[in-house]
Design a protein around this ligand. Structure first.
Ligand code: SF4
Length: 576
């Protein structure tokens, strides 16, 4: 029987008081910590009689090292960093400034260059970065301030007092596969915090708990997602200049699926390439990792990579839903930042600058609470943290997202309808045919096998696992090897399937077990089992998990919950 990970009940846990706990040490969480420190420094310089301490401000990061779980294309729009650390360009690890960009539409064998680059994809002045290296650098800045970053600690549960969030429980360590305490067992800490800030990245597990508990998404569009599958390549010199950016639409996707590719030239002949597939496709046999392998077989891409070597692999989901899919971002004791909230501009394929800005605005809100506390005024009530909501709505985050508020929804009926809506939205300031286009959750678009052509029809080339030739294309396990993923093997599964009967009886027949296809890390397998009426049973390899959250998002029955594994486990996205 599969045993799933959950905090052990009925034990004494160490209690730790905290002013602010930031869950997640990505760009949003680090920017938040850094801005908070800056504000405290200014306050302390002006108010010697009411000093504010940074001692009780903590960042929890589930990776063993800062930045290890950070993956993105990545292009950095420097706007928010210039506000956070003026002159940051002089010391930050920026690989190349963008000097050239192009957008292509691909058919199977040909390519057509768009005569003009659409305004959202004009990237002059942005920087090609490794998000992993960038966040490591930013984390170093936070550490210099005296704020404590706990690496290898995941937030496993939120603590509540009535309708107020009062803290975070960290993960239990040293629990075996059967759920028993091992000799090295250490219970998680209860960090009792005045303010909890969730910066967990896309589909955050605590954010999901919070949204469900308070039904926060009731007035928002359902969030929709894509999954980006990325490979880093070392190519022979002069194939692509550092700072050259290429986007593609079209092949290998058909006009029914949403998505596209990026190719960024970086320094030292490194190329970042990847394919984002919208997690709202119809055919459950579609495999996003295979989509990237197919993409590389286009003559245009093959020529670029020929003679090169794939050096890293990874995957991450990203929220596409835009402004209308963002839930309330502040409440009683809590705030939500970055990708966890849905601050991503899907037209620009960018969210890092928005994550950083949201972290800064949350820090300004949290600081007001701490300052009032120091001055013995009132407190971290929902009304005070509600300022964060107002700050977001009056900032350039809203200006930017408002102009593309209906972008992804416009593609619900395929590529051509999507291009029509996009053009209309561009001339109407994001409105298009109506102010708010509705949306369906991505998994609701998935169709049962009985309703699809047995041979896959026009999508046949996207279905099932990639075999890989070992040079240009790779099967999942070969790719996975390049993600550096490692977990403690002897622990309960952190992929929680709430009813495995559904997997073994219904899903296998109705959808053909799409978990085997959409997971980019071969975590899910349907193995033979004569005791099951279907002859199949779901089996998990949680140690392979690259923490992309796709299963939590795309499962058609919504019975999978991703929870953090024992802290320290996961991919190693060095240089990604
Ligand atoms: Fe991603 Fe889920 Fe597979 Fe982990 S198990 S790699 S979160 S799809």
């Amino acid at each position: 029987m599969l045993i799933f990970r959950k905090p052990i009940e009925g034990i004494d846990r160490p209690q730790m008081p905290a002013d602010v706990v930031i869950v997640g040490g990505g760009p949003a969480g680090m920017a938040c910590a850094l801005r908070l420190s800056q504000l405290i420094d200014v306050h302390n310089a002006k108010n010697p009689e009411s000093q504010r301490s940074k001692e009780n401000i903590y960042v929890l990061e589930k990776a063993r090292e800062i930045g290890q779980h950070c993956l993105s294309g990545a292009l950095l729009d420097p706007r928010s960093m210039r506000e956070l650390l003026p002159g940051f360009e002089k010391e930050a690890p920026l690989d190349a400034e963008v000097t050239k960009e192009a957008v292509y539409f691909l058919t199977e064998k040909s390519k057509f260059k768009l005569p003009i680059t659409p305004p959202p994809l004009r990237d002059h002045g942005n920087y090609v970065i490794s998000l992993n290296r960038f966040v490591k650098w930013l984390g170093g800045k936070v550490e210099e301030t005296g704020i404590t970053i706990f690496t290898g600690f995941a937030g496993s549960e939120l603590l509540f007092d009535g309708n107020r969030v009062t803290g975070v429980r960290t993960d239990d360590k040293g629990v075996d596969k059967e759920g028993h305490q091992k000799s090295n067992f250490e219970p998680g800490y209860d960090l009792n915090a005045k303010i909890v800030i969730l910066a967990e990245g896309p589909r955050g597990s605590l954010t999901k708990q919070l949204v469900q508990k308070f039904d926060l998404a009731k007035n928002a569009n359902p969030q929709t997602y894509g999954v980006g599958i990325k490979e880093l390549w070392e190519v022979p010199s002069s194939r692509i200049a550092p700072g050259e950016v290429i986007y593609t639409m079209g092949w290998p996707l058909t006009t029914k699926e949403y998505g596209g590719a990026w190719i960024y030239g970086s320094k030292d002949n490194i190329v970042s390439l990847g394919f984002v597939t919208g997690l709202d496709y119809a055919d459950p046999r579609l495999d996003p990792q295979r989509v990237l392998q197919d993409f590389k077989q286009h003559p245009f891409v093959t020529k670029l990579l020929e003679g090169g070597k794939m050096i890293r692999y990874g995957a991450k989901s990203l929220p596409y839903g835009g402004w209308w899919a963002i839930p309330p971002v502040a409440g009683n004791g809590w705030m939500i930042l970055g990708d966890s909230a849905g601050f991503v501009n899907s037209a620009r394929l960018k969210g890092i600058h928005l994550a950083i800005k949201s972290g800064m605005l949350a820090a300004e809100t949290a600081f007001e609470v701490l300052r009032n506390d120091a001055l013995k005024k009132d407190d971290s009530s929902a009304a005070t943290l509600g300022d964060f909501q107002k700050k977001v709505e009056s900032s350039w985050i809203k200006d930017e997202l408002w102009k593309v508020r209906n972008m992804h929804q416009g593609f619900a009926r395929g590529f051509y309808a999507g291009m029509f809506h996009t053009a209309l939205q561009m001339v109407t300031g994001g409105r298009g045919l109506r102010n708010r286009y509705p949306a369906k959750a991505g998994y609701e678009h998935m169709r049962k096998l009985a309703a699809l052509p047995a041979d896959g029809g026009a999508e046949a080339h996207l279905l099932g696992p990639a075999k890989g030739d070992g040079k240009l294309t790779f099967d999942k396990l070969t790719d996975l090897y390049h993600s550096g993923t490692k977990h403690e093997e002897d622990q309960p599964s952190h992929l929680v399937i709430h009813d495995t009967n559904i997997c073994n009886t219904r899903c296998v027949k109705e959808f053909g077990s799409p978990c085997q296809n959409f997971c980019p890390a071969n975590v899910y397998e349907m193995v033979d089992d004569a005791t099951q009426p279907s002859g199949k049973r779901v089996s998990l390899n949680p140690s392979n998990c690259v923490h992309c959250k796709t299963c939590d998002i795309a499962d058609p029955y919504q019975i999978i919950t991703w929870v953090p594994p024992e802290g320290g486990g996961g991919p190693n996205y060095d240089g990604m």
